[in-house]
Design a protein around this ligand. Structure first.
Ligand code: SF4
Length: 321
């Protein structure tokens, strides 16, 4: 299935699409992502925000700027917000934490965070402030490969954080990269087994994109079909998971890859709300990343024969309880 193309591939994607409809109907969750800081204390080989990348201008957003944006100018289709940073505990505490409190007080938006591995106290403060979903990707389930890529800590530690977050009541989503250098088919399949063994409620698959000014800058990008097939497989294995269509499906000049992601079983879209000045320097991958604004997201959802959900993902908590 993972290497399928043509009619065979279309058949698998159709099954995955129908499986998602069986659980979620034709609604797709629409989440806004705000990239709060591109400082990172980690040094992952596959990421442009790694600390050794001296070519990247580093920024932390201003609380006031994001507060105004989210309370007064949030696009109407958005039901959830995700705050994302490099691994930057200062930004997590000083900017994200008060923003989470603000959203809980002033809006009905569901709040997710993707802030890397933090200490237990800060996890709890974020949860107490009103965040409910924690996104912590494992990227590759092969422990030696994980360490060789200089991913944060060890795979074992990453797993422990995921398990601890889930046992503390977080709704945890993770993710892995398809097409990483040195990832053979066995290693790719290992990601499915590992993800399914974790207490997750969602998982993403991102195609490997060689980041500028990273040790992997000259290696070939992951294959879009392999990524889409992986998403479809993940959906068939886990009908109730939140599986996002990631913006990296769109590295071309149009949204075809993104629409195909929705047709392969994804049920979450993300609108990038990061203010332009910060976004130009935030880029996880490279500068021609195709930014998904509200218009492009709504068009892609319609093209896939779906509609934006009017409910926040927080309603999924009922599945966990
Ligand atoms: S993947 Fe995350 S932890 Fe690793 S360098 Fe990038 S932002 Fe930092």
């Amino acid at each position: 299935m993972l290497t399928s193309k043509g009619d065979e591939q279309s058949g698998w994607h159709e099954q995955a699409f129908e499986t998602a409809r069986g659980t979620f109907g034709r609604g797709v969750y629409v989440r806004g992502v705000v990239e709060v800081s591109n400082y990172c204390r980690e040094n992952c080989d596959y990421c442009g925000m790694r600390r050794d990348n001296r070519t990247l201008a580093r920024h932390r957003a201003k609380f006031e700027e994001l507060a105004d944006l989210l309370v007064h100018h949030c696009p109407a289709s958005i039901t959830d917000i995700n705050f994302q940073t490099g691994e930057d505990p200062v930004a997590a505490r000083q900017i994200v934490l008060p923003l989470v409190r603000l959203l809980r007080e002033r809006t009905n938006l569901g709040v997710s965070v993707c802030l890397g591995t933090l200490d237990e106290t800060l996890y709890q403060e974020l949860k107490d402030a009103g965040a409910w979903m924690y996104i912590l990707k494992f990227e590759t389930s092969d422990a030696a490969h994980y360490s060789g890529l200089h991913s944060p800590g060890t795979l074992k530690e990453r797993e422990e954080h995921i398990r601890k977050l889930a046992s503390d009541g977080w709704f945890v989503s993770s993710g892995f990269i398809a097409g990483l250098p040195d990832q053979d088919m066995e290693a790719l399949i290992g990601n499915f087994r590992f993800a399914s063994s974790l207490p997750l409620m969602g998982c993403s698959v991102s195609p490997f994109i060689p980041g500028e000014s990273t040790p992997l800058a000259d290696t070939p990008a992951g294959d879009l079909d392999l990524t889409l097939n992986s998403m479809a497989a993940l959906r068939l294995m886990n009908p109730a998971w939140v599986i996002p269509a990631v913006s990296a499906l769109n590295l071309g000049t149009d949204s075809e890859g993104y629409v195909r992601g929705l047709r392969a079983g994804a049920n979450l879209c993300t609108i990038n709300l990061t203010p332009g000045d910060l976004r130009d320097n935030y880029l996880l991958y490279r500068r021609d990343r195709y930014i998904m604004n509200e218009e492009r997201i709504l068009n892609a959802i319609e093209e896939a024969g779906l509609h934006p959900s009017t409910e926040s993902m927080v309603s999924l908590q009922a599945l966990k309880e």
